[in-house]
Design a binder for this molecule. Sequence first.
Ligand SMILES: [Zn+2]
Length: 445
Amino acid sequence: MEIEIATIGGYEEVGRQMTAVRAGDDIVIFDMGLNLSKVLIHDNLQTESMHSLDLIDMGAIPDDRIMSELSGEVKAIVPTHGHLDHIGAIPKLAHRYDAPIVGAPFTIALVEDQIQDENKFTVNNDLVTMEAGETMSIGDHTELEFVNVTHSIIDAINPVLHTPEGAIVYGLDKRIDHTPVIGDPIDMDRFREIGRDGVLCYIEDCTNANKKGRTPSEAVAREQLQDVMHSLEDFDGGIVATTFSSHIARVSSIVEFARDIGREPVLLGRSMEQYSGTAERMGAISMPDVDMYGHRQSVDRAFERIMNEGKENFLPVVTGHQGEPRAMLTRMGRGETSYDLEQGDKVIFSARVIPEPTNVGQRYQSETLLGMQGARIYDDVHVSGHLSQEGHYEMLDALQPENVIPAHQDMKGFSGYVDLAASQGYKVGRDLHVTTNGNVIQLVE
Ligand SMILES: [Zn+2]
């Protein structure tokens, strides 16, 4: 059976992920993501009403025109998890393929939200949920399996396409976490089994490929948060926290420790309300009596109530961990809300700055504005959601793949992975396929 892999997006950047695998006549697409930084650099761009080709030209979504070089039929579009760099282009591209979108339940719920917000295209693809551990037939000889993995969002999976030539394991995005706070640990036993049966190709998440050692568990981030927040138990001023809205495990840890120190947590900001609200409606988390507000007016009213009843009784959990200009924390820094920041108030960033010039600049601005009002900053109370080098080593050891393809980075970002794979006997140009966007790699002729 002929096997080809098209590296469509996310091979020159962290963002706009998209990969297609052709096994005989059947094609499966993994991820359809957005490169948000290419959107944010333009002021006030409304992507909901933009055409796909304009977004492709901007580098914001994958250039899927290369799909015409694959001779087969697309049988499924498979987003691995609900981060925008993996699902954000679905509203712009999925309608071009007569295929269902197959994902884990939380991922599909977020895809539904994306499709609803779209103004330009009508996306009528069937939405199919599949749980980790389940399989689905793709063609006569090909089967799709979801393996449970752990990442900075719930319901992350690694899809595996089983073909007569061996398994194709699409390894984006994950860390090896045996104590993930919410959800099951990563299923390393299943990866080892798949490895024993034979892996033709492994596509790896290289976000942190230049970092040595092991990425800690979410339990470690939880402990850091507990340490910071419990240390503030006797503080009687304002405490504000910010994190990734989609990081449900992190948000729920903040909520829990807010209660521990006698404060009422309130989730504020559109995406904060959206992700946690969706997770709660689906029963993925239980946050009884936690108020969440997304719309501007209801957020403003919540801030007024916090000030009237005393900010020492509350802990607002807000958007804006990267200093995004229109996010809640940045508005607080600019004094645009009725929350009155005073000398000595605490701001906890349960996030790191994404090392990209726009983010670094915006975060600098936000922190400076907060600091001018006297806020004390607790930075980087956080661990990454992506594997570092020892995790990459463990995955190679478990899967023993015949071929590897580094992804989810640029050339510089791949370098640590290339060194690691070379030390394990792989060779660039032979079985270690370092590539860019828009290429087709033929694995079996
Ligand atoms: Zn991700």
